[in-house]
Design a protein around this ligand. Sequence first.
Ligand code: BGC
Length: 762
Amino acid sequence: MERDIKKLVSEMTLEEKAGMCSGEDFWHLKKVERLGIPSVMVSDGPHGLRKQPEEADHLGIGASIVAVCFPAACATASSFDTELMNEMGKTLGEECQAENLSVLLGPAVNIKRSPLCGRNFEYLSEDPYLAGKMAAAYIRGVQSKDVGTSMKHYAANNQEYRRMSCSSNLSERTFREIYLAAFETAVKEAQPKTIMCSYNKINGTYASENHHLLTEILRDEWGFEGYVMTDWGAVADRVKGIAAGLDLEMPGSGGFNDAKIVAAVKDGSLDEKLLDEAVENILKVVFSYADNRHPDAVFDRDADHEKAVKIETECAVLLENNGLLPLKADAKVAYIGEYAAKPRYQGGGSSHINASKVTSALESAEAKGRAVTYVKGFPADKDEEDEKELAAAVQAAKEADAAVIFAGLPDIIESEGYDRKDMKLPACQNKLIEAVVKVQPNTVVVLHNGSPVETPWADRVAAVLEMYLGGQGVGEATDLLLYGEVNPSGRLAETFPLHLEDNPSYLNFPGDGTNVDYAEGVYVGYRYYDTKKMPVRWAFGHGLSYTTYAYGNLKMPAEALGDEGCVKVTVDVTNTGSLAGKEVVQLYVSDKNGTAGRPAKELKGFAKVALAPGETKTVEFTLTARDLSFYHEGLGDWYAPSGSYEILVGHASDEIALTGELSFETKKMLPLYVSGATTLGELLAHPVTAPVVGQMMQQMQGGMMGAMQGEDTAEALGTGAEMMEAMMMGMPLKSLASFAGPEAAAQIEQMMGSLNQMLGNQ
Ligand code: BGC
C-alpha cells in the first residue's frame, strides 16, 4: 500500500508532530490512534536481539528475551565475507519480524582508532573501506526482511571515556577519509532505514545538533532517506536538533523536549516545515515496517544457533601455526584455562544478549570423544594467580601431546561505557602460558577478546588462534577449526601492534575529557604502521590457512582511468595445497605521485574465494577515481592527481604477491590563490597558470632570473643544475620579486593580479 505520508503529517496537530519526534518509552515510538499511526518497537543489536519485555535499560543490565548471540563485529569483520554478513543480516531480520521489532540497532561502524576503546568488540575495523562494505552487506540482509537498521554511532565516537560530552577534534579530511567513509559507503550502497547519531561533539558541536553532519553530508551529499535517531540520551538542545536534521529523540524525555519544539514553532524560532520533514522521515520508516509485516516469520533459536557456529568458523583468524594445527584426531591434548569450559563470547553493555545456549570447546571435544583433559589453570573472570592450578596445568601439558591454552580478556576489562587501561592479557594468563611453553613445545593459544592484546610469548608458542568474541557457538567453532574439520579463513580487520605505545593515537587517547585531538590524522592502523615501516605483531589482513595459495596473472587495464567510469583489474588465485580453503584476496592502492600526506597504501578491494585443492579462480576488481582519491579540503571534494598509482594485490597488507601500475587522468582543477607565498613550482604545476608563468620565465631570461637559472650560477653556488631547479621551483613569488630587480618585480606583481583573475579568484 502506497501511503501519502505528507497528507498524514498535514492532519497531525503541532503537539502530535512534536510528540512523534521522541520515544514513548525506552524502546517504542509513539502511536497516534486517531490517524492509525501504530507504536513500533526498536531494539539492540547489532549481533542478536536484546528485546526487553519489561524493565528497560541501555546498559545490558535488565533482562531481555532469550535470543541467539552471533559473533560480535570484531569477529564478523574478520570474515572479510560480505555474503556471510548478508546472510547473518537476513537471519537477524527474520528474527526481528518474528519478535515484532521495526528496527534493529546496528551495525556499529565506528573506526578502531585505538585498541583501548572499550567498545571495539562491537566495531568492525580500523579500515573504513572494509567497515563500509561489511556494514552495507549486513544492512541489506536485515532490510531484505522489511526491518530497519540503525547504523551507529554517527560519528567520530571512537572511545568510551566521556563519550557523552567529549569533543572529537579532527580535520575535515581525516573525518571524510577515515571516520565518515564507512557510513558513506553503507548509506550509498544499502540505504539504512535509520542512523543513530552519537553522543559526542565533533569539533565542538554535538552530533545531535550538527547540521553539517546530519543534513549537509548525510542527506544532501549522500542522499540518506531514512530518519536519524539519537543515541540513548544524546540530545543536548532539542530545537537545534530539529533544525540540524535530527528526527527522533530516544528514549524521549517524557514530553519535556516535545514542549520545547512546540514553543519554538509557536514563537517562530523553528520553522514548522523542518518539524514536518522530521515527522515524515520517521513515519516513512514506521510504515515501511508496519505495512510489510511477515506473519509467518519464526525465530528458530536452534537453527540460528547452528548458523552462529557456522559464521564463527569463517571469522576466526589463525595468527600463527608452525604446523601443529590442525590437531590429529587421536592426539592427547590438555585444554587449559577456564575459557575452555566457559568461553567469553560477547562483550558487555547494550549489545549483551541473553543467549539461548552457549557451547564450550571442552563440551564439544567431549561430545566428539576427543582425547582431551581439562585443567582450569586460571579463572575466566579475573586476574588471579593460583599456584596449584598453575602446577596442575604444567603437569597436564607435560603429559599430553599438545596443550591448548584458552586465554582472553575477562568481561570486566572490556565493555561499553569505559576503555581498557592497557593492551595486556591478565598477568596470570601470561605467566601460565610461559610456564606451559617451557615444558610443552606443542602449545596452542586460543584467544577470546574483542580487541588486540599484547602477546609477549607469540614467538614461543606453536600456534595462535584468534576466536574474538565469537558468539554462542564459539566452542563448537573452535573445535572444528582446531581439529581441521573447517579450514580457517578469517583475516585481521585490525593491526595487532607489538606494544600499545606503537599505536598512532597513543599520545592523544583518550584526551582530557573535554577534547580529544585526532592528531594522527588519516594515519590510523596499518596506514600508520605501513607508512612508518614499523614492525607489528600481526598486520592488517593477516590470517593463515591449513592450505597454501599462489597468485598469478595480474592483469591491469591498458587505458588510463579518468574521473568518470571505471577499470577492471583481474588476478588468478590458486589453492596450491591439499585441503579445500578460502582465500581473502586483497587489493591496495598506493599514490606514486609524491602527493603530500598519503598513507603508503590503502585497501580498495577484497574478495573471499573458495578453492578446492589445485583449483584456480580469477578474481575481478573494479576501480574508480574515488579509489585513488583523498579528500581535498580546498576543493571540498575527492581528488587524485593525474599520474601513476600502484595496485598491490595479495594475501595480507604485509604479504603483497603482485603489483601493477595504473595511470590516471583528472580534469578536476585544484583551487589556487596566487599570493607572495605561491611558488613557481605550484604555478608551473597548475594547468591555468603554467603557460603564463612559463612564458614570463622565458622573457626574464636576461635578468636575474636568467642568472639564477644559468649553469654558471649553479657552479658558483656549488650546486648542480638539479638542485638549482629545485630551489627555483620552491621559490615564492615574493622572494623572486626581490631577487629579480625592480622592473621584473613590477611585472611579477602585475602577473599575480592577472593570474588570480584567470583563476576566477576575487
Ligand atoms: C548505546 C547504543 C545502544 C543504545 C540503546 C547506548 O548506550 O551507545 O549503541 O543502541 O544505548 O541500548
